[in-house]
Design a protein around this ligand. Sequence first.
Ligand SMILES: [Zn+2]
Length: 311
Amino acid sequence: MGERVTLEQGTVTTGSSLQRCPLCAGSDIEVHLEATGGALAHDALGSSRTDVGHGKVLRCRGCGFVFSEFRPADEELHTLYREMNPTVYEKEAQGRLKTAQRHLKMVQRHIVGGRLVDVGCASGSFLKVAAEAGWTVTGVEPSETLANYAKKLLDGRGDVHCATLQQAKLQPQSFDALTLFDVLEHVTDPLAFLTECASLLKPGGYLFANVPDISSLQARVLGSRWPLLLAEHLNYFDRTTLKRCGDAAGLRWIAFDRRPASFTVEYVLYRLSQHGIPGSSLGHRMVQENSLGSMCIPVYLGETFAAWVRA
Ligand SMILES: [Zn+2]
């Protein structure tokens, strides 16, 4: 750790190549996928990304955890997220609301109300549906633009902290449920992060996380073209390593599930064409000229949803 690397302007310029597994600290590491670019810069971040390269992906032979070789320094990562371009993300608001409603159903299979914190709440779609269902909600979001959207969407029905989890300084043991939708894959130290999240829960409180699953059928079939292989994704869990991470964070695993995300046809084809999936470029050009493009469809990208209880 600690090696300084210099990349072009506007990208992460400090950080390190990882020599040890971020999950078990083992040093028996192999290359899982070779790099196809992967500097983490503004144009590689969020739904508006134009750069879909990913850095070299490694695998720990000890515990099986798969992770990106490059670990940006926390501070620069926070700056990138704070200034993220949310244009495309916001165009997909309709799908996001549908996905949020699905998330609420999955949460409410286990617990139906109380104090909930959504860490990485983005523009607040999930907070909105949870507040409408009677939850007392808090959001944490480092991007200023997204946090402002979330405040507007909630319209006073909850708190939104424009901060990282550490900066938000939430009261330990004060929540009945904590949600991490598409967050754990972005953090530099997933075990420390999950442990901190667990500490915010009351004993018996629930933690829910949704992550890209490197052992999913989609990841295995698509290989290096899997759309969730991205420079911004530092961690690639599967069900075994996700459970292991939860165990180490003091959580008791209770269930796995799969969640489709809803997007417009145009966005799905655009994303697939970025990853070189045959036929998608032509499809994208065709749907831009008619109403089919704005139709919202559920898509399984190869993710896993996990539920835990704090012991
Ligand atoms: Zn390991």
